[in-house]
Design a protein around this ligand. Structure first.
Ligand SMILES: [Zn+2]
Length: 263
């Protein structure tokens, strides 16, 4: 899928989690619902850090472009080193290491650890990166035609404001993990979820997605998970624009209402 569909599915997924936790008796305070949905929308672009022309590689100028080159090389080496007998040879690292459940969990756990140990600046950093990505993903065209610096300013000011809102008592710094010292431990959850939703979205497209790595399937360690061939679509096709994106909007809206216990 393309950037906007990934981001929209990420936001919808977090709103759905909000509805589920509300039903389970752990309702999210509204700032957790909003910030989580934005982080998840941003995190749903992150796996494409292995692909030079993806939205994320342009999001932070030369910094993300350089990181993208490194991740591409790293992914390719990991692919070559762990290739099973049934896995084809390949030239680049796109849709390998960063498109697995293991990567999603490691990135999310890393963000949680950073948020808990690094204090306010770490939280601001995590928010900034994901808010910029959320703007790039959700407001795709608008972000492309405006200057990068404006998008970064928007990300920085909203990170500052939202961190202030979360910090107010009862607003969600300690949501789900309420022991002292566990503030913002939940920040990793929308990051894991965003990456997984991205992988599932890619799995629906023609080439599939090796989500299960390193768990082998038959002779393949990088088995491309996906539905039967007839049910797959091309990235950016009408199915994505006219069917999936409106569906994500509706589901996200329902999830949000459920999360706020309005339905
Ligand atoms: Zn992808």
């Amino acid at each position: 899928m393309m950037g906007p569909a990934h981001s929209l599915s990420g936001a919808a997924a977090w709103l759905g989690v909000g509805a589920a936790t509300a039903a389970a008796g752990e309702p999210m305070p509204w700032p957790v619902l909003v910030v989580g949905a934005l982080i998840c929308a941003g995190a749903a672009l992150a796996p494409d850090l292995d692909h030079k022309s993806a939205t994320i590689s342009r999001a932070f100028g030369p910094v993300s472009r350089a990181l993208c080159g490194v991740i591409d090389k790293l992914s390719h080496s990991v692919y070559k080193a762990t290739r099973g007998h049934g896995d084809p040879r390949r030239n680049g690292g796109h849709r390998t290491l960063t498109h697995t459940w293991l990567w999603a969990v490691l990135i999310g756990a890393g963000a949680s650890a950073l948020a808990v140990t690094g204090g306010r600046w770490a939280v601001l950093g995590i928010l900034f990166v994901h808010l910029v990505l959320a703007v790039e993903g959700l407001l795709w065209r608008a972000a492309r035609t405006s200057s990068d610096v404006l998008v970064w300013l928007l990300g920085a000011t909203s990170a500052w404001i939202l961190a202030g809102v979360l910090n107010e008592p009862g607003n969600g710094a300690g949501w789900l993990f309420s022991e002292p010292g566990q503030e913002y431990l939940w920040l990793g959850l929308p990051i894991v979820l965003g990456a997984l939703v991205h992988d599932i979205g890619d799995a629906l497209t023609v080439s599939g997605c090796p989500i299960l790595w390193p768990i082998p399937v038959g002779r393949k360690r990088w088995y491309p998970v996906g539905p039967p061939k007839a049910m797959r679509f091309r990235a950016g096709s009408w199915v994505e624009l006219k069917v999936l994106m409106p569906a994500f909007l509706v589901l996200g809206g329902l999830g949000g209402l459920g999360a706020l216990e309005l339905i």
